[in-house]
Design a protein around this ligand. Sequence first.
Ligand SMILES: C[S@@+](CC[C@H](N)C(=O)[O-])C[C@H]1O[C@@H](n2cnc3c(N)ncnc32)[C@H](O)[C@@H]1O
Length: 234
Amino acid sequence: MERLLKRKREAIAQMFSAIAPRYDLLNRLLSGFQDIRWRKFAVDWLSPSARLIVDIGTGTGDFAFAAIKRCSEAKIIGFDISQPMLALARSKAKSKKVSDRYKLICADGLNLPINDEVADAVLCAFVVRNFESLSEGIKEMFRILKPTGVALILEFCQPPIEWWLTPIGLFVRYAVPLIGAFLSNTTAYAYLTASIQNFLPADAIADKMSAVGFKKVTWLPLTFGVATLFRAVK
Ligand SMILES: C[S@@+](CC[C@H](N)C(=O)[O-])C[C@H]1O[C@@H](n2cnc3c(N)ncnc32)[C@H](O)[C@@H]1O
């Protein structure tokens, strides 16, 4: 079992490594620049006095950079399993002159090399869909948060079936895999649509957060339900 999970994690890491060079471009194009708004909207829930924030699946760093802007005293630790994603995050941090506030580490979100109860906040955008075990990933967030720390998760949850017949639903189903294949990688963008279809609906994810011990679990649909923001307190 452990070997199977490792193989899945490696396949996910390879897929994200393959799309890393054009990841930001495709995010902007496919979301119509909404992805920037979603991250900004999420970090507005952070306390400006937060000191340590952990960004799980930090990718090219956009969620971390939004948090750095919002919380002037905070240091961010970004974890990711893809080295090319981490390299891009590192080079963006350098050009934004925030390298001293943003530490990048290659590690699995299900097994973070960090002590219990050290983080004021945990961020995780568009990652939990890829975890081998959603509950284990949420437990790991809970473990590293200080009591009263906040978790902010952005994700594409499984929408209601009729959503797929709306213009946005049709775009995600048919246009996203085509545009992704043309500009980046066929497998990765087919996987994006398929993984949204096969993921859990928002209420089921919120239930998993509550089951792990999170309190005040709330979720908000963003941009006609394309993305969802979950907010919870330890
Ligand atoms: C869709 S990208 C999101 C990147 C970033 N959070 C953002 O807002 O753009 C997903 C990222 O999560 C990383 N990832 C996937 N599974 C992971 C895991 N188990 N642990 C850590 N990172 C993971 C991928 O390598 C990728 O960089």
